[in-house]
Write a protein that binds this ligand. Structure first.
Ligand SMILES: Cc1ncc(COP(=O)(O)O)c(C=O)c1O
Length: 322
């Protein structure tokens, strides 16, 4: 039966984006700030697969389809440590493209299950080679079988464009165009580049700040530019600052964020930690916006929520907090 009004029955794809911006200024109670500084969280966790990557997965597939780079029924392959693969798997399922995700064998079981649930085939790459090993394996598979289509989020201009056309426009609307600083984690750099470019066009004085992990101290979804790879989609000239954050501080902040009602992944904690540091020096009345890239569900098995922080410090010595 067709429902009487389209407004109540949209495709899941139409619910990508249009995410809430919430006031979490209560978190500023822990620090000294100038009068009227406000802190806002952009909840990308509200997207259908639970992360910001729904935006770019849809944009990359629609762009490739339009350019003719992606033909009906063609198989999509992507090296991923989680969110982008999950988003591609859901959307490929709806648009009719088989999907293969190349993922390090030590990825959390929630990720593998979600990919499989959406219908993707998961190809494990050697855990010890990390995400770069996954990229090399996916590239080798494409070289062997050119019928595969690889969106490659690190190089695809449709990635930052999705944020320029979507995330940034929503933020300007939700803040009446008044943003002092925008903070996001740096992964592919798509969010910082797309949002940063649009906000800067609107206001030349806006500050764009990257939350970057300490080299060798992994935060899921983020990467350090110091480790030798600068993603082609990142426009570094848009960044006013890159603030380094370690895992312990990110975990602390992720827990504080949960107490403020936002159940998020660790990269959101990294962005919050950086936003707090920015807030300390911000002028009176500044609006500081940070991006919550995903929700906390996929991290449950990693022990993020149930280890005490002394334990985490011990685990940090091995380069991991879990
Ligand atoms: C959890 C998480 N946070 C942050 C990011 C970074 O976003 P971007 O790739 O737009 O830099 C990603 C993806 O790379 C991610 O998966």
């Amino acid at each position: 039966m067709k429902l009487a009004t389209d407004t109540h029955a949209r495709s899941v794809l139409d619910t990508i984006g249009h995410t809430p911006l919430v006031d979490v200024s209560s978190l500023l109670g822990e620090i000294e700030t100038a009068e009227g500084v406000r802190l806002y969280a952009k909840l990308e966790s509200a997207n259908p697969t639970g992360s910001v990557k729904d935006r770019i997965a849809l944009a990359m597939l629609l762009d490739a389809r339009e350019r003719g780079a992606l033909q009906p029924g063609q198989t999509v392959i992507e090296p991923t440590s989680g969110n982008t693969g999950i988003a591609l798997a859901m959307i490929c399922g709806l648009l009719g493209y088989p999907m293969r995700a190349v993922m390090p064998a030590n990825a959390t079981p929630e990720r593998v299950k979600m990919l499989q649930t959406y219908g993707a085939e998961v190809i494990p790459s050697p855990a010890e080679l990390g995400s770069n090993g996954g990229v090399r394996m996916a590239q080798a598979l494409v070289a062997e079988d050119p019928s595969l289509f690889m969106p490659m989020q690190y190089e695809n201009p449709a990635n930052p464009q999705a944020h320029y056309d979507g995330t940034a426009v929503e933020l300007l609307d939700q803040t009446d165009g008044i943003i002092h600083t925008f903070v996001a984690g740096l992964g592919t750099g798509g969010t910082l580049t797309g949002v940063g470019r649009r906000l800067r066009e609107h206001d030349a004085h806006v500050k764009i700040v990257a939350a970057e992990p300490m080299p060798g101290d992994p935060i899921m979804g983020l990467r350090s530019l110091e480790e030798g790879y600068t993603p082609p989609v990142l426009d570094e000239t848009l960044l006013d600052r890159r603030i380094i954050v370690n895992n312990i501080n990110s975990v602390h902040a992720t827990r504080a964020l949960a107490k403020a009602g936002v159940f998020a992944g660790v990269s959101a904690g990294a962005a919050l930690h950086v936003a707090m540091r920015v807030a300390k020096d911000a002028p009176a009345g500044a609006n500081i916006v940070f991006l919550v890239a995903d929700s906390g569900w996929k991290y449950l098995s990693s022990g993020l929520w149930d280890r005490d922080l002394d334990d985490l410090e011990v685990h940090m010595e091995s380069g991991h907090w879990w």
